[in-house]
Design a protein around this ligand. Structure first.
Ligand SMILES: C[S@@+](CC[C@H](N)C(=O)[O-])C[C@H]1O[C@@H](n2cnc3c(N)ncnc32)[C@H](O)[C@@H]1O
Length: 329
């Protein structure tokens, strides 16, 4: 048997000494066997925490996927191997923190949403699509948007929403009759449609056309803020969070569309933890409220859509507030 197959077997059997010896003699920790599994997946599936730690320190990637898109963390999570699950979550967070700071250094002047904002969009009753048939926003999210609106309007006052899309969250926000309701939207056709459908005439609504990054100086301070853009990356969300201490009033509530890695259950857990940690470093606590979404997501929902951006049964709605405020409650 060759070395890499031996490594998979030793990982599956929880034989840490053999795993170490094989790594020392040069066995490839990234190897996939004929079942499409690598040594880390074998160890995770069986709950061998020491082997998992050994493989991770030898450079096994935490986020490799099997042909059916399952990661080592998914195997541990599904089998209820808590220790392995936690080791892999922490490995994921550490790796993404490092990768994020490298990406930030390399990408300082990047403009990731540039392409989408220059392209045409198409509106239909149940979705807003970009020019590549990817969904910008879909009607199945209506109950989620209503829950987000309820959260960010819970203290009343002045509300800010970044990203109009189909106007679902803004329609829900209007029901709470906020004193002011500011909406930032960057896509020219979405903006034009907002005006055509009367959003410019509502007494308490102020529309700011432009990328949030470019219109920050026009923003004030708010009691509730919601963030849901399209064509941007985790880094953009992260960057928006750096502005929260200026934008969110004391006692205010912040929430965002939590579609982070919505195609993989384990990656989603890692990113929920990562974003909560980064918000905590900025002085905000994050509560993730579980909302079941399986019922509203039949296969017909995705007809004509190029990519399913959400494939999980539960949505975790983030409710963030200053740690000082949550300590006072
Ligand atoms: C997912 S949709 C928002 C859906 C909305 N929450 C709803 O309830 O219908 C994202 C919106 O953000 C807008 N957008 C994308 N990048 C933006 C940016 N940098 N600044 C402001 N808006 C942006 C898109 O044009 C799109 O209308």
């Amino acid at each position: 048997m060759d070395e890499v197959q031996q490594l998979c077997d030793a990982a599956r059997n929880g034989d840490t000494n053999k795993v170490r010896a094989l790594i020392d003699s040069g066995a490839d920790v990234t190897y996939f066997d004929s079942d499409g599994l690598n040594p880390l997946m074998h160890a995770a599936k069986k709950g061998h925490a020491d082997v998992v730690k050994t493989l991770l320190s030898a450079g096994a990637p935490w986020n490799a996927l099997s042909p059916s898109n399952i990661s080592a963390g998914d195997f541990a999570m599904d089998a209820g191997h808590q220790e392995v699950f936690e080791v892999l979550v922490n490995a994921g967070i550490q790796a993404e923190l490092v990768l994020g700071s490298i990406a930030r250094k390399e990408n300082k002047n990047g403009d990731p949403s540039g392409d989408y904002l220059d392209d045409r969009v198409t509106f239909s009753e149940d979705k807003l699509m970009d020019s590549n048939s990817k969904a910008v926003m879909m009607a199945w999210e209506k109950p989620l948007m209503e829950a987000h609106a309820k959260a960010v309007c819970s203290v009343g006052g002045h509300i800010l929403n970044i990203g109009f899309g189909m106007g679902l969250v803004d329609t829900a926000i209007q029901k709470y009759a906020p004193v002011t309701h500011t909406i930032v939207e960057a896509h020219p056709e979405v903006y034009e449609r907002m005006l055509r459908t009367g959003w410019g005439q509502k007494d308490n609504v102020k529309i700011i056309f432009g990328r949030w990054q470019d219109v920050l100086s026009q923003l004030e301070t708010y009691d509730g803020i919601f963030f849901d853009t399209y064509g941007e990356y985790y880094e953009d969300l992260r960057e928006f969070h750096q502005h929260l201490p200026v934008l969110l009033k004391p006692g205010g509530i912040y929430s965002f569309f939590n579609g982070l890695c919505g195609g993989n259950a384990f990656f989603h857990v890692v990113y929920c933890n990562l974003v909560s940690l980064e918000l905590q470093n900025l002085g905000y606590s994050t509560q993730l409220i579980p909302l079941p979404v399986k019922e509203c997501l039949g296969d017909e929902v995705w007809e004509g859509v190029k990519q399913k951006y959400w494939q999980l049964d539960t949505y975790y709605l983030p409710v963030c507030q200053s740690i000082q405020d949550s300590d006072d409650v």
